[in-house]
Design a binder for this molecule. Sequence first.
Ligand SMILES: Cc1ncc(COP(=O)(O)O)c(C=O)c1O
Length: 449
Amino acid sequence: MRALNQRKAVSRVVQKPKYPRIPTPKLDTRLTDAEQFLLPTYKRQPFVITAGRGAYVYDSTGKKYLDFLGGIAVNALGHAHPRIVKVIRREAARAIHLSNLYHNAYQGPLARKLAEVSGMDRVFFSNSGTEAADGALKLARLCARTASDAPDKPAAKYRILAMQNSFHGRTFGAVSVTSTEKYRLPFAPLVPGVEFVRFNDITDLESKFDDTVCSVILETIQGEGGIHSVTEAFWNRARSLASQHGALLIADEIQCGLGRTGRYFAYQRFSCKPDIVLVAKPLAAGLPLGAILTSEAVASHVSPGLHGTTFGGGPLICATALEFLNIIESETLLGNVRVRGTELREGLAKLAAKFDFIREIRGEGLILGVELSIDGNPFVAEALRQGLLINCTHDFTLRLLPPFIITRAQVRDFLRLFELVLRKTPKSVSAAPAQATASPRGLAQSAWR
Ligand SMILES: Cc1ncc(COP(=O)(O)O)c(C=O)c1O
């Protein structure tokens, strides 16, 4: 009898799902509703992801995927990290939102922590990366105003230098400094005064810099553009030209910052600092939070009412972001990013020696790009079949953004699956997108990530 009871108990344990499954409705309209009622801004994969645990997600059929995209660099702690779940539960029962008209318990301490790890002095919290970018551009225009500028007229110092191959977001300011035509042209005219510089081309930068420039904005590692790092020489020259001409150097670290390189910030491999740092994606472990980090000198131009937000910096989200930064420290995740990043790169280099259509491996830590000489999109589809989430950017670069918590075994697993994907994917000779000749309408239709 006792043995029977034990067997019953064991079978109950075995049957218990390893993750909280959302029950499938009798009439499953989740995909058709999405197709019928959502604005068609994305080409979504035709399945529903219902849960995640650590470095894995599960779809509604129970299929498991190793997540090497991490919600496009957001889920740095993977999914359902117990400490994050605990903080969210605790704070949801206290106060989800108050208002920026009052202090909350976490905004100040989070700002202090971000200032400490970045070397900046002051912080503004936004709801997304694109809003942080827009706010930074507003700060640059604000700081450039002098007493001789009429308050209702454009300032004499108004030009913004951005980089070719850049991506800073979708709102009007951010998309104005984003170079990719398919994201820009359908919405023209954009914010005036923006010029694009060839990334890492010092001569081009020098030729465009003068006293009318109020800021230069760049991604320390271009993410969407295919994982290209700024060179030390270009960074140093951008810094010195900005200082010489009284312009602000803005580092967009929304994708590459907050630990992804194995340092808190990618610019920390250089000796000089930017004036403004933008962060978002992983900051609140999956909840929407961005931030502008800046110097006391920039902050001295700001007074109440000049900029603001309803949602930015609420108590629940700031408590979660503080816990994210505490976990990075207490679980020594920067070290893990460096070690796993090296293992991953070494494994990818071995694969590059086997498959001649791999052109180059780029990036550092856990922000890596595998550039192919052929269309990368079929590889993403095959990866899904093999239970692997990756992404392809600019048609030829497979982008890997795994969580900071991945283990050696998971890196090995990834490399095994990725080799299978490289072997099995039907190889097609791809045509680059015909950007220059396409109409804005056509471009809008192909504008998805
Ligand atoms: C470098 C960079 N800047 C800005 C953004 C925009 O951030 P968000 O999508 O949160 O508005 C992104 C998003 O991919 C990004 O990668």
